[in-house]
Ligand binder design. Sequence first.
Ligand code: SF4
Length: 468
Amino acid sequence: MIIFTHHTGDPHGVLGAQVAATFFDRKLSIPSIVVGIERNFSKERLLRFVDEYYAGKWSPRGKSASSTQRSCGATSRPKNHDFLLPGQRIAAFSHLCGRKDLMKLIQELKRGGFITLLGGPQSRQDYVGEPDTDSYPHRFSGLKSMVDIAFHGPVNLLTSEHLEGRESLLNYPWTKDLFLDVDWSNIYTFSDTLKKLDVKMGQVLNAIGCAYACKPQTTTLPPPTHFLGKGIPELELRSEGCIFCDVSRDKGYHGAVDRDRLMTQMTGLPGVDGRKIPFELIDEYPIRSLGKLLEDAERNEIKLSQINLVCRVDDINAHASDLLEILSLARSQDIKIMFSSIGFESFCDRLLQYFCKGITVEDIVKCVETLRRLKDRYGSTFLYRRDEGANHGFIRPTPWDDSETMQETDRNIFLHRFFEDILPEHSTPLIVHHASTLGDWIRQIESATEITFSREGTWIEWWNPSLR
Ligand code: SF4
């Protein structure tokens, strides 16, 4: 089976899709690979490869498939494929990243006779689509017409029976009992041709979902700036986690991964020159467990090279003093710690409040001062700067930009010299996924007025309104 996913072409693994391919391979006896599709890929060439793969004419070593290469299709069905009728082939998708070209690919493969399976983040929401599409036909109507099976939840709950496709929406709750084995060599990328991906940046799961998503908050959103004074009401929204976050809302929070499983994941990472490749630790609040992780890794003789943290500002501010001890430990083990992505998102208090970020500009300033102090003290052990490879969040434009928010943002960037080390090369426009709390906000505006906002795949173009 092929699991298709969005990919940038950079040498990073894709944990969810690679775990799924490993599970299919080892537990369901379905040989599987992940193919990361880059933007502007050649669809004709990809479809040619897909035909070869499912005809059993491709093997991981690039030779014609022999009896050792079993395709998830008609040509050579292994005994555990009895659930498939002769001629049936399954193509799986994960993490579409809102890309319409990937949605067209699903459609095309379905037309070509494949059973199409969608898993990964937002699979349930993207399958179902937005509500009230009869009254609002411009809304995203979901992927029901092209996806045969949508699976939400941990892949280890997927069975061969599910793949028969009797049920189209399979909805399982996340639990701590996850299959987390990864064959890091099962991923390829595709632009013009299939390329084996030599993964140089792995991922290790430490927390299942985001703990911040457990803190529901309420905020009152004014209409987009260009509609002020035109009869659009202010609306009160309740958000679980950050208001634009679709992932936390979809997944919730289910606690930390057991220590043994954490160690097993790190042990399973590929090595280079006697050390494990750098990895991103998936946990929005990683600092509380980082010291123990380093100690346990040393005790288990797992030689790490670099840990990248995707971390919230409040975690850094709450544990600034713990970081001294942690970084000393990391230095003694010759491990680099990088704060690779801190979700600052804005340098304006009003926008931070609209985003339900749970932090203020004062918190951000305190956090950045801590980072700069740690850099002075720990040098190359501690990385956080843009020129060291970090990419921190800065959302702009937003629907609420006006002269006041722009001035406050620019003043804070200048006053606190964020342009020196923190500011990314490019800001990111506010993205509204249809299943985020902001998606609810847009739909409430559409219900209360004659205004509609256009849709682009799974995203809502808040900057592109029209009158019904
Ligand atoms: S954006 Fe990050 S911190 Fe905010 S809810 Fe989502 S995962 Fe959590």
